[in-house]
Structures are given as structure tokens and as C-alpha cells.
Design a protein around this ligand. Structure first.
Ligand SMILES: Nc1ncnc2c1ncn2[C@@H]1O[C@H](COP(=O)(O)OP(=O)(O)OP(=O)(O)O)[C@@H](O)[C@H]1O
Length: 881
């Protein structure tokens, strides 16, 4: 090897050592200006960059200051900053590492229409210009540039450089890590060639129109430039080495709410896939932000599998979080900022990637071998002069430590053993009581049997659920996400997913209705009925929403005639026959597609309708992010003390966990204050740890039952929309992947219950929810459902239903009576199941597959907190001091 060659190699090895260090992901935030559309809609810009690192939410008064208002990052860019400035000031340094053999990645994250594509297009062009410029200035090295481009569309990887739509496979290469099989790699010739390839990508990428963006990217796009370079002087020689690295330009698809983007059909499906993969990305980022302990679920989506090196591996990474300043997007903006807060805690470990020629490698290995052989032959000097007593003492200490660990582990094992025994005893008890109950339920039992008898029926029907769960657990054992997905599809096909037929509703001789009427005298039908008759026009609108959904699902895209004739004795106004010509409303359509109900009941004019979980506006309460700790699940004593039918205990346990949450928030705030002292920059807004850990619940089937019981009771207490209950109940049946949704639902409901019980109002997007308003909304919904009964059920079917639910056939307002009974007894599993079946039939709920669950849109926003909590939270913000 020549002197220069040796120097080169040594320099590279040195670089490799020097560069293999940890560094945090660079997090940039870019606020775009209000768009013309937003200005036309009189939108207000609620966000402002107050300096180069802090972005401020200016409208805290509106939300009662329950959220942090200032967020600090490596750099924030105001709406009037150009992409060139974003690149020059921050991104360039990361991108250009690639020419020194260090992998780098830049990606844009943000809600739909926030400016990701706008930003990444510019960044990619500026970066490649600089790369060409660098090559030009370093003629002593020979460079090879390879260009590839892919998109992940609906969880399938497509090559953007070919017209072939065949999905590409991801393979695990022992040396290179995850690779995309057969992806086209073009050797880049010059700037014009790059422009050509970029236009091909643009033409190939899936773009669709949504309400929020005319040219919305419906896929995640990854443009990869691989650069190899070697010193010309040593080309072809045995001491030749090559630097090889890639830079990824990643334009993620934007997170979206079906209710805001009003997406339906294909767009809705795309939206589900987008949200799902972004959720996995957030989970990965959240876990990484806590350090690289435990399992990181990169394999849960193709996006995270492909991005693995950028997210915690051998790469320098910058994330540009793009934001819309508009008030209507405040919630999505917060989610993006919380994601950004987590991302800034993530570290990567980039190093210079040196590829040696085969000859150089052989030589290097020979040298290494010789060194090891000589070490073996000549014992190291330290060996002979070793201090044996010290060595012995060290070993003894080690043995003592290990013995202590063994004792600790034995203790833990015994504890776990006793928990298992407790649980087994509990399950045994449950089975006993089921058997007893089952023996009471004899076909000869008459209508009017005791409630306990009915409950025994419901208990035995619960066996079906257990079977689903069993399947779910098996499914989750499969570590391959894609298999998991297909598995779940099958699962859902089998389970109550088809539109329920009336005969299903009416065939079995149940009689809980009668019994229920007796046990709930306080809910007088007149009282409920009065609410329904209050505002008939409102009902017309409500029914209009549902009808429009029907017209669309029937392929009737245009006008439809809606008959609102009551054949039974209903209130005066509603008894006349009306034919209404209705124009299809996209907002309502989206609403129903997403499973929403209340928004249409409340105000038809409102366009930002709500997804089925009521995450947004009109449902009482909202999911508040995931619970920070799952100590309840791990507490064997509490679990063991839960009896199968003890519904109060299930609610109590929710309350307990909420209390624990308060403690954990305080603990966290304390931690925050400490951290704030030691850190000059970076407001720890991520403090409430928005992306809490997903539960890995042992014994999930039992836990699911417990949570479902608690949710059912809380729905009743909080007057949650019946359509929401129906969607949720039919969609979340115990699959292990449901745990996160169950958790979110429980948290939002317990928060709401707490708020209502204190006589407080819950504020959502500036709108106020009170206990009274939720009661009114529920009354209106029941009225609307009663009207649909005539349409969805034949006279004969209705008659059967009345008999079954104990409604006297010649009584007045029979449909309303039935509507008032639906979902009215959370403790009666059988009644719950029947109610879900009937409401599903009324609203024509058709299972749209697993993806629909994602439209329950998990929010990463930290929970709205009590006054006390919010104050301590606010005070922990250094930037607010
Ligand atoms: N910083 C900015 N300055 C001016 N206009 C912008 C800026 N950012 C985005 N825009 C404009 O906003 C619109 C939406 O931007 P873009 O398509 O980049 O959003 P996106 O986040 O990629 O959306 P999606 O996720 O739906 O693909 C475009 O018309 C774009 O020109």
C-alpha cells in the first residue's frame, strides 16, 4: 500500500470512529401561511413563531389553558420563510453528510395540506444541486450517484420509476438491513436527468383530491440517492476504499380526519392506511424517545421498517414538521407538535460507511489475524502481573450480586405464580356461575323471566366473544404485520359484521325489554317523547343525514325522496307524509361513513363532523391519549378482586387508574422542572407523554371484558350517542390490537364522567358540552332512530320487536318506546348486543373491514386536565416563566 493509500484508509477508519457517535434527531417546524381558501373562509391564524426556536399558540383563553402554549424546537420557521432558507439554515448540513459516507434522511411530517410536499420538493432539488456542486469541486474522487424512488400506498410498496404496479417486497439482508427487492436504481447522469426522474415520480405518485388539498399525496414517498465515491488515485488498486451512503427524502402522506377531509370510498380507505402507518411511526418515535429499551415495533408497518435506520440507526436525521396556522386545524397541529416533541428526544448513531475492496479487506483481515496470533503466543504483560486477590474479590462481589438477583427473580416468579392462581380461581368462579346461570336458562322459560335469567343468557353469549379473542390472541402472536392484517380481516368477516337481519333480531325468545321497563321507572316515555316532538325540523335534518348515506350506498348519488310518514301514533307534526327532495351533503356522508352521528343531530350546517369515536366536536368527551401507566393491569390484587359481574368495581378501577394518572402527571411535572434546569433549550411539552405506551396486557381476553363492561356503563352515564356505541361495540370485539382503542375510550369517558359529576363543562374545539346538552342530544338521537324504524323494519318485524321488548302492541308511540329502550341497560349484555344489532340495522352499519377502526382516530393530545393539573403543567413550562 502506498503512503497516500495508507493515509487515506487510516483517515477513513479515523472518520468512522469519530463519526460513530450519538446525536439527536434535528427537529424543525415550519408554519405555512394561511391558504387562500382558509382566508376566504375567514380563518384565523392561531400560531406564531415568536423567535427562531419557539412557536406559540395564541388562543389559549379559548381552551381554558389546558394545553401547553409554547413549544421549542431546534428551529422554527415562520410562514414567510422560503424553502431555500429552511434548507440552507438547517437541512443542508444533515443532507450533505452523505457525500462523506454518512447516511442521512430528511422527512416531512404533518397533517394533510400543511406543506410537506411543498417543502420536500424544494429541499430535494436544493440538496441535489449542492451534491452535484460538491462532486464538481472534488474531481480527485470518482462519484457514482444512484437514484431510486418508491411509494408506500395502502401498505404496498411501489416502484415509482416503472409503470409496473406489482408491489415490491421488503427483505431482511444480514449485511444491509432492510432492502426493497427489485427496486429500480437509475445511475444519475446530470441535473437534467434528475429533473426527468423527478417528473416520472410525480406523475406516478398517487395523488387525490380531498376537501383540504386539491393535490393530496395519498402515499408516503421515499426518494433515495445513493452516493459512492473513491479516490481516483487508487481506483482498481488493492488499497482502494469506497465511501458509500444514502440520503432519503421522505414526503409522508398527511394525517387526516375523515370528518375534516370529508373523504369517502377510496380516499377513506387511503386515509385509514395513512393514519395507521403514521400511528405506528408515532409509537416507534415515542418508544425511541424513552431510550432504546425493549422491543421497538418497527415491523408493524412498512413505513417504519423502511425508515428503521433513519429512526434509531446508522443515519443523521432531520424531521421537518409542517403546520397550518388555521384555527380549525388546532388539534392536528398540536398532534404534530407532540410528535415533534417526542422526535427531538430520539438519538441516532451515524457512522462513516467505508467499503473496502476485496483485496484491501483480505489484507486487513490478514493483519488482524496476525495480531491475534501473536497475542495468543505471547501472554499480555498485564496477565503475569495480575493482582489475583483483587480479581478474586471482584468475582466474589459479582457472585453476591448474582445471588441477590436470583433471590429477587424467585420472589417475582412466586408472586406471578400466585397471581396466576388467583386468576385461575377467578375464572373458575366465573365458569361456575355461568354454568349455574346456564341451568336457569331453559327454553321453557317464559317472557317475563327474572333479570338474572336474562343475564345468564348474556353471559353464555359472551362465549362467542371469548372465541374471537382467542383468535385474536393467536393472530397477535404472529410477528408479521401483514399476516396479522389479513388474519384480522377474516376475523371480522365472521363476527357480527354483516348487516344484521331483522330475523336475527327477533328470533330468540328474549324478554329483557319488559323487565327493563319495570326497573327504570324514572325514564318516562312521555318525558323522552317530549324531547322528540320539540323540533321536528331538526329531525328532518337528522334523518336527512342518514338517508343520504343510504342513497350513496345504494349508488343513488343524486336526489332522493324522503318519506316521513308515521303509521303509528306519533306526534302531530310528524304524522303527516312529506316528500323531501334532498341534495346529497358530503359532510353528512363523510360523517356516516366514519360512523359519526351526533354532529348531524346537533347542527346540520356544521361541516366538521365527527368520526365515530366522537373524537371531535359533538360527542361528549374525547379520547385523551393513552394512559401513561398500566399499573392497574399489572396489579394482581386488583385484578383478583374483580368479580365477573361486579360492574361497579370495573368503574372503580377506571377511577383508580385516573387517580394514578394524576400522580404520574405530578411526578412527571416534577421531573420536568428538574430537566428544565439542566436544559437550556427545549420546552418539555412532550411532558404529558402524549404517546403513551400501548398496553401489552397479559391475559387480554379478561382485561377486554373488564374494560368493555366499564365502557358500557360509562356510555350510559355520559349519555354517549347510541350510534357511536353501536359502531364501537361492533368494531372492537377483543382483538389484541383493540386494546389501545379501548384504553382511549375508557380514558375519555372517565374524564367526561368526572367533568359532568363536578357539574363542569367539557370544552371541545371551543364548543361546550354539559351533562344537560348530552341528555338532549341523546333524546334527539332516539327520536331520529324511532323514525328510521318504520323505514328499516317491516310492520311484521316491528311487531315482533315490540313483543320482544315488552311494548304493549296497542300502546302509543311504540317506535319511540322501543328507541328509548335501546342501549338503556349497560349491565344487560344481551340487551346491549340486541340494541347494537337494531341500531346497526337502522343506520345501515356495514362493516368496512379492519381499516374502519383507524377512523376512530387516536389522538395524541394529552388529556384535558383538571384546573389543578393544568396549572402545574403550565408552570412547568420554562418558556412561560
Ligand atoms: N410554506 C408555504 N408557503 C406557501 N404555500 C404553501 C406552503 N406550504 C404549502 N403551501 C401550499 O399549500 C398547499 C398544500 O401543500 P402541500 O400539497 O405541500 O401539502 P401536504 O402537506 O403535502 O398535503 P398532503 O398530505 O395532503 O399531500 C399547496 O397549494 C402548497 O402550494
Amino acid at each position: 500500500m502506498g503512503a497516500a493509500g495508507g493515509e487515506e484508509l487510516m483517515k477513513m477508519e479515523k472518520m468512522q470512529m469519530a463519526s460513530a457517535r450519538e446525536e439527536k434527531i434535528l427537529v424543525l417546524v415550519r408554519l405555512r401561511p394561511l391558504s387562500d381558501k382558509e382566508i376566504l373562509a375567514d380563518e384565523v391564524a392561531d400560531w406564531e413563531c415568536i423567535n427562531d426556536t419557539t412557536i406559540l399558540y395564541r388562543n389559549t383563553l379559548r381552551e381554558g389553558s389546558t394545553f401547553p402554549s409554547a413549544y421549542t424546537f431546534d428551529r422554527v420557521f415562520r410562514g414567510d420563510c422560503s424553502t431555500k432558507q429552511v434548507y440552507e439554515d438547517e437541512a443542508k448540513e444533515i443532507v450533505l453528510s452523505v457525500v462523506s459516507g454518512i447516511n442521512s434522511s430528511i422527512f416531512a411530517y404533518g397533517q394533510t395540506s400543511s406543506g410537506k410536499t411543498y417543502t420536500m420538493t424544494g429541499i430535494t432539488e436544493y440538496a441535489v444541486t449542492d451534491i452535484f456542486d460538491y462532486i464538481h469541486r472534488h474531481e480527485e474522487r470518482a462519484f457514482v450517484l444512484k437514484f431510486s424512488a418508491m411509494e408506500i400506498y395502502n401498505e404496498a410498496i411501489r416502484d415509482l420509476l416503472t409503470t409496473d404496479n406489482t408491489p415490491l417486497r421488503l427483505l431482511d439482508d444480514p449485511e444491509k438491513g432492510v432492502i426493497v427487492e427489485k427496486v429500480t436504481e437509475e445511475t444519475l447522469k446530470d441535473w437534467n436527468h434528475l429533473q426527468e426522474l423527478l417528473s416520472v415520480c410525480e406523475a406516478q405518485r398517487r395523488i387525490g383530491e380531498t376537501l383540504l388539498n386539491e393535490k393530496s399525496s395519498r402515499s408516503h414517498q421515499i426518494i433515495r440517492l445513493t452516493i459512492e465515491s473513491s479516490a481516483r488515485e487508487f481506483l482498481g488498486k488493492e488499497n482502494s476504499t469506497t465511501l458509500a451512503a444514502s440520503v432519503n427524502f421522505i414526503d409522508l402522506a398527511g394525517s387526516e380526519r375523515a370528518s375534516q377531509s370529508l373523504s369517502t370510498g377510496t380516499r377513506l380507505k387511503e386515509g385509514c392506511h395513512i393514519n395507521r402507518s403514521l400511528l405506528t411511526l408515532s409509537t416507534v418515535i415515542r418508544k425511541l424517545s424513552k431510550g432504546r429499551h425493549g422491543h421497538i415495533n418497527y415491523r408493524d408497518s412498512k413505513l417504519t421498517r423502511m425508515l428503521q435506520p433513519c429512526l434509531g440507526g446508522n443515519a443523521r436525521t432531520a424531521i421537518i414538521c409542517t403546520l397550518s396556522p388555521a384555527r380549525s386545524h388546532v388539534e392536528q397541529t398540536r398532534n404534530t407538535l407532540l410528535f415533534a416533541c417526542c422526535a427531538k428526544e430520539v438519538t441516532t448513531k451515524a457512522q462513516v460507511n467505508v467499503v473496502m475492496s476485496d483485496k484491501a479487506l483480505v489484507k486487513h483481515l490478514q493483519k488482524e489475524l496476525a495480531r491475534l496470533e501473536s497475542e495468543l503466543r505471547t501472554p499480555a504483560p498485564t496477565y503475569s502481573t495480575c493482582d489475583y486477590p483483587t480479581l478474586l474479590r471482584k468475582k466474589e462481589l459479582q457472585i453476591q450480586k448474582m445471588e441477590k438477583e436470583i433471590r429477587e427473580l424467585t420472589k417475582q416468579r412466586d408472586l406471578a405464580q400466585s397471581r396466576v392462581e388467583d386468576l385461575l380461581r377467578m375464572v373458575g368462579h366465573g365458569q361456575d356461575s355461568r354454568q349455574e346461570a346456564g341451568s336457569n336458562h331453559h327454553p321453557d322459560h317464559q317472557a317475563g323471566d327474572t333479570w338474572e335469567d336474562e343475564y345468564s343468557v348474556s353471559e353464555s353469549s359472551g362465549v362467542t366473544n371469548t372465541q374471537h379473542m382467542g383468535a385474536g390472541v393467536r393472530k397477535s402472536n404472529n410477528t408479521n404485520y401483514y399476516d396479522t392484517e389479513s388474519g384480522s380481516d377474516d376475523l371480522y368477516h365472521q363476527d357480527n359484521i354483516e348487516e344484521p337481519s331483522v330475523s336475527d333480531c327477533t328470533s330468540s325468545p328474549l324478554s329483557f325489554g319488559k323487565k327493563f321497563v319495570k326497573s327504570h321507572p324514572s325514564k318516562s316515555l312521555e318525558e323522552n317523547g317530549a324531547g322528540v316532538a320539540e323540533d321536528p325540523d331538526e329531525y328532518c335534518k337528522e334523518v336527512q343525514c342518514i338517508e343520504m348515506d343510504e342513497s350513496v350506498s345504494n349508488g343513488n348519488e343524486g336526489m332522493l325522496a324522503l318519506t316521513m310518514n308515521e303509521d303509528e301514533d306519533v306526534t302531530g307534526d310528524m304524522s303527516s307524509t312529506r316528500s323531501l327532495s334532498l341534495t346529497r351533503s358530503r359532510s353528512c356522508r363523510a360523517n356516516i361513513m366514519a360512523g359519526s352521528s351526533s354532529p348531524c343531530f346537533d347542527k346540520i350546517e356544521q361541516t366538521d363532523c365527527t368520526p365515530p369515536n366522537g373524537l371531535e366536536t359533538n360527542f361528549p368527551g374525547r379520547p385523551e391519549g393513552f394512559r401513561r401507566k398500566f399499573s392497574l393491569f399489572n396489579n394482581g390484587t386488583k385484578n383478583a378482586s374483580l368479580s365477573r359481574n361486579d360492574s361497579q368495581s370495573s368503574i372503580d378501577s377506571v377511577r383508580t387508574s385516573a387517580d394514578e394518572d394524576i400522580t404520574s402527571i405530578h411526578t412527571f411535572v416534577d421531573g420536568l422542572k428538574k430537566m428544565a434546569k439542566t436544559q437550556e433549550t427545549g420546552v418539555k411539552d412532550v411532558g404529558l407523554d402524549p404517546m403513551h405506551e400501548a398496553p401489552e396486557t397479559p391475559n387480554w381476553p379478561q382485561e377486554f371484558e373488564r374494560q368493555q363492561r366499564a365502557i358500557l356503563e360509562l356510555w350510559e352515564i355520559c349519555n354517549v350517542s347510541l350510534i357511536h356505541r353501536t359502531y364501537f361495540f361492533l368494531l372492537f370485539k377483543g382483538d389484541p390490537s383493540d386494546s389501545i382503542y379501548m384504553e382511549v375510550e375508557l380514558r375519555r369517558l372517565s374524564f367526561l364522567k368526572e367533568t359532568f359529576s363536578r357539574g363542569n363543562q367539557a370544552v371541545e374545539d371551543g364548543r361546550t358540552l354539559t351533562f344537560a346538552s348530552s341528555v338532549r342530544a341523546l333524546h334527539r338521537e332516539r327520536g331520529m332512530l324511532s323514525k328510521l324504524m318504520r323505514k328499516r323494519f317491516s310492520e311484521e318485524e316491528r311487531k315482533k320487536l315490540y313483543e320482544r321488548w315488552g311494548i304493549v302492541l296497542d300502546s302509543k308511540r311504540r317506535r319511540l318506546q322501543l328507541a328509548n329502550l335501546l342501549w338503556s341497560n349497560a349491565k344487560d349484555t344481551n340487551q346491549v348486543t340486541e340494541s347494537a344489532t337494531i341500531v346497526a340495522k337502522l343506520i345501515r352499519f356495514v362493516e368496512q373491514g379492519h381499516a374502519l377502526k383507524e377512523m376512530f382516530g387516536l389522538s395524541f393530545t394529552p388529556p384535558p386536565s383538571t384546573r389543578r393539573r393544568s396549572l402545574s403543567w403550565k408552570h412547568s413550562m420554562p418558556s412561560l416563566k
